[in-house]
Design a protein around this ligand. Structure first.
Ligand code: COA
Length: 170
């Protein structure tokens, strides 16, 4: 079992995060974007997750020389951009394809939830593609409850995508 450390995301993580994100864009319906991005795009993304009300966390393992290897990352940010939603955040989470089902997602979610609680947030929402069993199970494992599914609100790879909403009372 790999020892997993979760810490705030830093610039040095950007190449690995870009690769993980692009793999999810190219091969999964986890993210409903069609185009892969460059590292400058993810640097901008990181800057946007370094303001109050948002956070980006990276899961790493450290080898004998002290070098870190990125295993995955997770964020939260505004759920919706209206004043009344100020106490609600929406999360996102991606684990390296070679590291899935090894506890990395759970470690990231545990720390993400702890940070949101510390920041005084009230609810965390996850919007999950309806057939994404791994994500639905991960969120249920850390306490999220299913709220419902909006059908065929997305499209990718030539088919309609359902969005299941889950929420955690913080
Ligand atoms: C969803 C994702 C983040 C889960 O991360 P992970 O590191 O694999 O999750 P964990 O190993 O901590 O597993 C947590 C729970 O999820 C469930 N799970 C994980 N992978 C699963 C799979 N392939 N099938 C079914 N259940 C799975 C298990 O119930 C597991 O709990 P357990 O280990 O106590 O049985 C990861 O699969 C991923 O990055 N997928 C691609 C991107 C994505 O879908 N992101 C979420 C978008 S909403």
């Amino acid at each position: 079992m790999v020892e997993i450390t979760v810490r705030e995301t830093v610039e040095a993580d950007i190449p690995a995060i870009t690769a993980i994100y692009n793999e999810a864009v190219a091969n999964t319906v986890a993210v409903w974007n069609d185009d892969i991005v460059d590292e400058a795009n993810r640097r901008q993304w990181l800057a946007e997750h370094r303001v109050p009300g948002t956070i980006a966390l990276t899961a790493v393992m450290t080898d004998d020389t002290g070098a870190e290897q990125v295993l995955g990352y997770a964020t939260y940010g505004d759920f919706r951009h209206y004043d009344g939603f100020r106490n609600t955040v929406e999360n996102s989470i991606y684990v390296d394809g070679a590291r899935r089902a090894g506890g990395v997602g759970t470690a990231l979610m545990d720390e993400l939830i702890r940070r949101a609680r510390d920041e005084g947030k009230h609810v965390m929402v996850a919007a999950i593609e309806g057939s994404n069993t791994a994500s639905l199970k991960l969120h249920a494992k850390v306490g999220f409850e299913e709220c419902g599914t909006v059908r065929q609100v997305g499209t990718k790879f030539g088919r309609w995508l359902d969005m299941t909403l889950m929420q955690l009372m913080l």
